[in-house]
Ligand binder design. Sequence first.
Ligand SMILES: *Cc1c(COP(=O)(O)O)cnc(C)c1O
Length: 388
Amino acid sequence: MTISSFHPTARTLMGPGPSDVNPRILEALSRPTIGHLDPEFVSMMEEVKSMLQYAFQTSNELTLPVSAPGSAGMETCFANLVEPGDKVIVCRNGVFGMRMTENVERCGGEAVTIDDAWGKPVDPDKLRDTLKQHPDAKIVAFVHAETSTGARSDAKTLVEIAHGAGCLTIVDAVTSLGGVELKVDDWNIDAIYSGTQKCLSCVPGLSPVSFSERAIEKIKGRSSKVQSWFLDLNLVMGYWGGGAKRAYHHTAPVNSLYALHEALVLLQEEGLENAWQRHQLNHLALRAGLEAFGMDFVVDEEWRLPQLNSVRIPAGHDDATVRQRLLNEFNLEIGAGLGDLAGKVWRIGLMGYASNRKNVITCLSALEAVGLKADGSAVAAAQAVYDK
Ligand SMILES: *Cc1c(COP(=O)(O)O)cnc(C)c1O
């Protein structure tokens, strides 16, 4: 049998990521591949770095995309900053906080965990108390936007508390970057990682990271080698930071970087604050519609992520059946619940390019078409938010 070319069905991606990719980004991907040490490519890499500084709101020199997905950005932060024996406080309120613990342990560190209920933000008071009990802690790690539950945490306050106890901070911003306010320099974040496939609406597979001077000092002062050769920033810096004297480290994913460049050009054109506002407006409209269906949000209003709406599935509807019908009949993907929330909630993403009025209305009318009953019209409720 001859296998023929793969042509996926175009879907509307309203899950926890990847999100819909802007056609301009897909077009950028198909541009001619050139050498990764070609001067043209090197100057494009410099532009990517400076646009990432804008997206992260930082002047950190060490700001670059790791050539692998968000999880690799996470490992880059832990592998470089955690030395064997280091005590790391990990704040957990969902799936990604659990993974951080795993990372600390695999780096030979000692993880001290603080648990908050899924759907709640990280509790600053618990962090304060834990730091008092562990004055020898070196690092505090937490997730800014927990995609598994849709909860935002107060990154600025958590970093302040960590610094007050002399700790460095590692922040997961995979889902927050480009979707909600995030200010790396103002908030004094030391190490941060993100992903391309959430609110940047780019293809999956790259992980923007940024490190403060303080973080770089810790990395340079390590007494043991970073256990991962590929993620060792001392080596990566020679490649991404080398300017014209760039040394070969690995072959950059050339075309994926064209895509990220285009995604960041799009973000610049829109303006970061405008992107945050767009995410908020579409969230409010979707919310009005979901509430008309009688759905409750998992997260309290103050901590809700506009790009990830976790809502309880109304009684009488089967999780998998509804999601399957949305996919089969409307080419619409929404996310399932994870962990304790599996089968009980849907996670409806409005990330990046997918955060738009058409998607909000499409999603609400598709939910109605597969049998959900609204009090009045869910579409009209959403439309009323736009018309305000
Ligand atoms: C998606 C996600 C990750 C992992 O990113 P991948 O690109 O899937 O490796 C990490 N943290 C959070 C909060 C995420 O939403």
